[in-house]
Ligand binder design. Structure first.
Ligand SMILES: Nc1ncnc2c1ncn2[C@@H]1O[C@H](COP(=O)(O)OP(=O)(O)OP(=O)(O)O)[C@@H](O)[C@H]1O
Ligand SMILES: [Mg+2]
Length: 215
């Protein structure tokens, strides 16, 4: 089973947005997808509850109590995680996935918080041994702003974790979330740019670079 976790201790960085969009992408590819929500806030579970009958189905697993049981024959598990994960909780989360995506917002507060967080993730044993691979995504970006350039310069400098894509700030994410859809399930003319920005993420999650070296 393939497993991908979306993780950042900072609240509101886009974890649930990226988790639900990844789940919808894999479902559209005909995969049996489990969307596992560790967050008591349950944004991913609410997204799934809003998903229209007739769209490719996704299995929802509420893991907010900390425990979960993976159903059989799941091709891919997408893990959404809560904010403020640190210390022992962080180590426990890092035990689970093959791949981790860390979304980061272009704001001074988010960037400052990201520095020690990324360091801690990269210092984890599984990550250091490349049993778990990490990538960085800039989220809610407006490319002509100074703060976006600061974020992009910072993420390019992180060694040991590739900076794989920049997602723009767009209401498409809210429109899609409202309806239990991924942005790539909205009308194609609305989401051409978003489609282009998701391509490198999809390429990474489908590449060996995102998978354990010993797999
Ligand atoms: N690229 C984007 N453009 C516009 N809005 C976005 C984008 N990404 C996320 N959002 C919005 O920002 C808000 C926070 O995103 P999200 O819930 O995915 O973050 P989170 O990291 O899961 O938050 P939490 O830490 O509370 O779980 C949501 O309202 C979401 O719709
Ligand atoms: Mg969330």
């Amino acid at each position: 089973m393939r497993s991908i976790m979306v993780l950042n201790s900072k609240g509101g960085s886009g974890k649930s947005t990226i988790a639900t969009n990844l789940a919808s992408y894999y479902a559209s590819q005909g995969k049996r997808v489990a969307l596992v929500d560790f967050d008591p806030q349950a944004s991913s579970m609410e997204w799934l509850a809003a998903r229209p009958v007739g769209r490719k189905s996704i299995i929802g697993i509420d893991a907010s109590g900390g425990n979960m049981r993976m159903p059989r024959n799941v091709d891919i598990a997408i893990y959404d995680t809560p904010a403020a994960v640190r210390g022992k909780d962080l180590s426990n989360y890092l035990r689970r996935p093959q791949s981790i995506i860390i979304p980061i917002l272009p704001s001074p507060i988010d960037m400052r918080a990201a520095i020690p967080f990324i360091q801690k993730v990269l210092a984890n044993g599984r990550v250091a041994r490349r049993e778990c691979r990490v990538a960085l995504v800039a989220n809610r970006c407006r490319e002509n702003t100074n703060v976006y350039h600061q974020l992009s310069d910072f993420l390019k400098k992180v060694r040991k974790a590739p900076f794989i894509s920049v997602l723009r700030e767009t209401q498409n994410y809210n429109k899609a979330a409202d309806r239990g859809l991924g942005v790539l399930e909205l009308a194609p003319y609305l989401v051409r740019r978003d489609q282009d920005q998701w391509q490198p993420i999809i390429k990474w999650v489908n590449s060996k670079r995102s998978q354990p070296v010993n797999a």
